[in-house]
Ligand binder design. Structure first.
Ligand code: TMP
Ligand code: ZN
Length: 418
């Protein structure tokens, strides 16, 4: 497929003229990843109709918040929500440790915890018996899975109105959690007003988001897709919460999803004072030049170089009459394949452990998705590691493949063959 056939949809998305954090209209565009289908829009047939949307990244000259220029309709994007947090063993453990950390640091018996975007209840189900919990998630299928685990869940999109109803029915929350969801929210001020309604005076908002510093440093451009509207730094998050008389009081850095921050936010009137790490990370972000335009322009150049390296390498390999398959069919893999214009003429198929993806065709490039059995029955010379965030686990799992002569082509953080 050539890029020219990827015509933009004429509806179902909006261009934003104002920053989602500070509301000014000084948005500087620095990266255009081209017309892109929804990155989880797997097709049941390669001839299925498909919509393409702009995928352009801007930084606000006023508050330095990095975000998408366009918002694709949330209903359209999330109409079928297939991502169950509990499906991944490492994530299950991560959320267990997370519940323990919040409980021991902030909670007393009988305290009330709310989670925004609670998915299948993977976090809330791991709090102790003495804590009462409530999940909020708009996707009926994941909410039902949470209820089956005994996690009470309201099927709603979190908003100031929903927050008001929760407060009236259950009281104020000692802690509100939100994991990998704040970046998906278009109306960040609505989120903050809801928090302001729901949190106790000394309550804490604990949220996890991918860290823009890791995205930039490790060239993770493929984690940019329509679901992810915001790419937070500690500074831009601070600018957001300050407008609601709150502050970031602590930040933990974690390895999840290629680099995540867990930020602890409180009212400015609350007792705890900010830990030094908050200021340190803000200093790091300034040292990286995130308050100017050059750092973003240079990042965009490195993204283009990455594309050139991937295309050159895959072209050379394909010219040697070897077989190449994609290892994993994650959303980010689809961004990478579309941006680099790599299709079934180069990559025979993508293998993925997710049963729902098997037998489908990848969005945009229409590469068939198969089960890992295909890979083991007839190993290709090269496996293109699209699920690079699981690099060490996959290299370990596939040590036989490499010992028998197979190689991995790794795209991120650097184009490499191992
Ligand atoms: P994620 O990065 O969003 O968790 O997606 C990873 C994708 O890669 C998911 O579709 C499952 C797939 N996968 C495999 O096919 N084999 C593996 O060994 C691992 C770790 C993931
Ligand atoms: Zn701004």
């Amino acid at each position: 497929m050539t890029s020219s056939s990827k015509r933009l949809a004429d509806s179902r998305y909006r261009e934003r003229s104002e920053c989602r954090v500070c509301g000014t209209d000084s948005l500087y565009p620095f990266l255009d990843l081209g017309a892109m289908p929804p990155s989880n829009g797997f097709l049941s047939s390669p001839d299925d109709d498909e919509q393409f949307f702009p995928l352009e990244v801007v930084v606000c000259d006023s508050c330095d918040h990095v975000q998408l220029q366009h918002t694709v309709d949330r209903e359209y994007l999330f109409s079928e929500y297939h991502y169950f947090s509990s499906a991944s063993e490492p994530l299950l453990e991560h959320f267990g440790a997370y519940a323990d950390a919040v409980e021991s640091r902030y909670l007393d018996d009988d305290d009330f915890v709310v989670e925004i975007g609670s998915n299948d209840g993977v976090l809330l189900s791991q709090f102790g018996e003495a804590i009462s919990t409530l999940g909020v998630d708009p996707a009926e299928n994941v909410a039902e899975a949470a209820r089956e685990k005994g996690v009470e869940t309201v099927t709603e999109l979190f908003s100031p109105e929903v927050a008001g109803r929760i407060r009236a029915d259950y009281g104020e929350a000692a802690a509100v959690c939100a994991n990998n969801v704040v970046g998906h929210i278009d109306d960040l001020h609505g989120l903050m007003r809801g928090l302001d309604t729901l949190l106790e005076p000394e309550g804490v908002f604990v949220m996890e988001v991918p860290y823009f510093v890791d995205l930039l440093s490790n060239h993770q451009f493929d984690t940019i897709y329509h679901e992810h509207l915001s790419y937070f730094s500690v500074r831009s998050l601070s600018r957001l919460v300050e407008q609601f008389d709150m502050q970031v009081v602590d930040v933990d850095r974690m390895d999840v999803h290629g680099g995540t921050i867990r930020a602890h936010v409180q009212r400015q009137s609350a007792e705890r004072s900010p830990a030094r790490i908050v200021r340190d990370l803000e200093s790091l972000e300034l040292a990286m030049g995130l308050d100017g335009r050059d750092a973003y322009d240079e990042f965009a150049e490195r993204v283009e170089q990455t594309r050139t390296r991937i295309d050159t390498l895959l072209d050379r390999l394909a010219g040697e009459d070897v077989s190449i398959v994609g290892y994993g069919a994650p959303a980010k893999g689809n961004v990478l394949l579309n941006y680099c214009d790599v299709g079934p003429e180069t990559v025979d198929y993508l293998l993925d452990t997710t049963p729902k993806k098997q037998g489908t065709y990848s969005p945009g490039m229409h590469i068939p998705v198969r089960s890992p059995g295909a890979f083991h029955d007839d190993p290709p010379e090269y496996a293109f590691l699209l699920a690079w965030n699981y690099r060490s686990a996959i290299l370990e799992k596939e040590s036989d493949y490499r010992e028998e002569g197979g190689s991995f082509v790794v795209p991120i953080p650097y184009v490499d063959v191992v």
